[in-house]
Design a protein around this ligand. Sequence first.
Ligand SMILES: Cc1cc2nc3c(=O)[nH]c(=O)nc-3n(C[C@H](O)[C@H](O)[C@H](O)COP(=O)(O)OP(=O)(O)OC[C@H]3O[C@@H](n4cnc5c(N)ncnc54)[C@H](O)[C@@H]3O)c2cc1C
Length: 395
Amino acid sequence: MTNYVIIGSSAAGISCASKIKDLDPTSNVLCISNETEMPYNRCLIADMLGGIKTEQEVSTKPQSFFDEKGITLRLNTHVISIDNAHKVVITTTGERIPYDKLFIGTGRSSWIPTLPGSTAAGVLAFYGLRDTKNILDYLAANTVKHAVVVGGGFSGVECADGLSKRGVAVTLIERSPHIFAHQSNADGAQTLTGIMNKHNVDVISNDEIITIQNENNVVTGVTLKSGTTLATDLVVFAIGGKTNSDITDSCNLTMHGRCIVVDEHMRTSDADIFAGGDVTAVPSILDRQLIQTCKWSDAVMQGMIAGQNMVGQTPRSYGGILAITSTHVFGTTFVTCGPVVHPPTEYTQLEKRGEDFYHLFLVQDKKLKGFALVGNVTNVGVLRKAITEQTSLDL
Ligand SMILES: Cc1cc2nc3c(=O)[nH]c(=O)nc-3n(C[C@H](O)[C@H](O)[C@H](O)COP(=O)(O)OP(=O)(O)OC[C@H]3O[C@@H](n4cnc5c(N)ncnc54)[C@H](O)[C@@H]3O)c2cc1C
């Protein structure tokens, strides 16, 4: 009977475990998570922050799912290293858990940078369910009229949206020249910034917090690099997740930066260790460059493919990732795909804009190479197909 161990019980880990049990029902499958809550959908936590969804509504799998599938779920268990020479994973308590095949789906998690004042009450992070509950608890226990949100990426803008729905005025601080610096050109970001301003959210770009002020160890304000000071009741760091790959330091896997490199079967450089989801770097289907996975659906697909290949029946390959990102915030939708931040000079840039919408299309020889859309996004499916299949398109 094969012993499968899965580290991380989210999109990638659960789909991997589930696939293994479908194909090898008599196996032992152990899913380990360092979180205390049952699995949930990270994409929905901003809705929970904004009061649109309850904790129950963001939860994905109840205990009955694991019982029915015959998967053992261990919460609150943190793996600190992998001893691949002896095929065991080691937890913080010193427990050594043996495996025949191992899957790493440890994704990313929140972090707060070490700054003067960053340990004060009211300095929180936003990336997971525990973070969301911490913010909601703080809002319930304190009068919070104004919050500073640090980070103008997806999690920062979604966090600002959630807080604004709770009636909190927000100032969002972004170190880059504009929000969505890794996903959008300046004009697309500016259109969204204008919409955010109408929802009582100020955006300060090209700046960063250097000190957090507190009184009796409770946050009262921040000082920015530019010298600007802001009084505030809450500071939330939503600066993207830290990739959870430290556990691989001991086992010499091939890495791409902090991400684990996998082959088309989601196998790492160790034949008995597979990986998937946000902790991995996989080829982009646009140019075959390695990029970090960052979407729920890609993590699910990679976990399923890894599971199938771990069982070792019919091999299944993963074709690569289309880096398309989207979010619905402040009553509008933002979608971006392809090299819109630094478009190659040979691409023609077609723009359409209005007060609350912006469309950018990158085109070469009538073929779509990328797009950024704010506002009306009804034809994303068509655009996505046009990019992946490189069919001619009249725009
Ligand atoms: C605010 C927000 C909004 C998002 N919105 C969208 C969206 O709209 N659409 C979309 O496609 N994607 C979205 N994403 C991204 C999406 O959530 C991720 O791509 C997806 O969660 C990745 O899944 P994963 O299984 O790889 O890792 P994760 O979801 O990061 O889960 C990894 C799990 O492993 C656990 N873990 C880590 N290290 C250890 C360890 N050493 N021992 C034990 N357990 C460990 C973690 O605690 C966690 O439970 C969003 C993300 C955030 C933060």
